[in-house]
Design a protein around this ligand. Sequence first.
Ligand SMILES: NC(=O)c1ccc[n+]([C@@H]2O[C@H](COP(=O)([O-])OP(=O)(O)OC[C@H]3O[C@@H](n4cnc5c(N)ncnc54)[C@H](OP(=O)(O)O)[C@@H]3O)[C@@H](O)[C@H]2O)c1
Length: 258
Amino acid sequence: MWAIAAEQFGGPVRSMELPEPAAGPGELKVRMFAAGVNPFDRKVVDGMMRDSMPHVFPLVPGTDGAGEVVETGERIFGTFFHSPVGVGTFAEYTTVPATNALAPLPDELDPVVAAALPTSGMTALQLSDRLEGADSVLVVGARGGVGSFLTQLLGDRAIPIGRGDALVEADALVDLVSDADRYAANRKFARSLAFTTNYAAAEKAENFGMKGSLEALTRLAGLVLDGTLQVPITRRLPLREANDVFAGSGGGKTVVVM
Ligand SMILES: NC(=O)c1ccc[n+]([C@@H]2O[C@H](COP(=O)([O-])OP(=O)(O)OC[C@H]3O[C@@H](n4cnc5c(N)ncnc54)[C@H](OP(=O)(O)O)[C@@H]3O)[C@@H](O)[C@H]2O)c1
């Protein structure tokens, strides 16, 4: 099968032919339709998890995707990240524990759109649930994957902050890009709630971690299908031409299409 993979930590990724993975006990083998790209995938290639989980090489990155279970034909989308790391979604076939956050792919939902949703969409959805009491929310990094969903979910309560924009005082802050020093400076603009997705806060409760679930994926699919949520796909890359998959999307989402 064709896949995008890295031969070592920190290495470039490139298109290559690899053996199809075989599903282990409790796993599904999935023929991928499309895979969404997240900053986490590059971090994994760079070795972020090297001390905490086993990895296989060539390492196929990719956490999000939509595809068809080979054994049953069921169409699914969701998060595929599991141990060992390296059997990811940037491939024609992958495997995934059946217990992962996976949901049925509705017939009316374009698989490319579904593949762009899981990590960024569930993060944005769960953040917006935590921000219900805030009338104004600074979103730092608003043009990216999480930010573009979160600003839509917050509607006119969102104050989008891009590069170089000055912050103003608001009820809440969601910081999607800053390191610890910058986060501490930005935190001063929030009157009450503040969250970082980069674990940059000294206050533990402000370090937000997304929890994938069937319920969240189903809600997201519903929001897309009823027109509440637009999915800004700014780059679509054919699998065999996706060597620069991590080049950035200029805002919105990159999706690899098989
Ligand atoms: N903890 C969790 O559960 C969780 C879940 C999802 C994501 N994350 C993390 O959250 C972060 C954001 O994810 P994402 O998918 O939204 O990433 P993304 O798609 O790369 O978006 C980040 C956006 O922030 C912009 N940006 C960069 N530096 C900025 C600055 N100083 N001020 C304002 N905007 C700036 C980027 O612009 P350019 O395109 O110009 O660079 C880009 O539009 C990543 O680090 C990701 O790993 C964590």
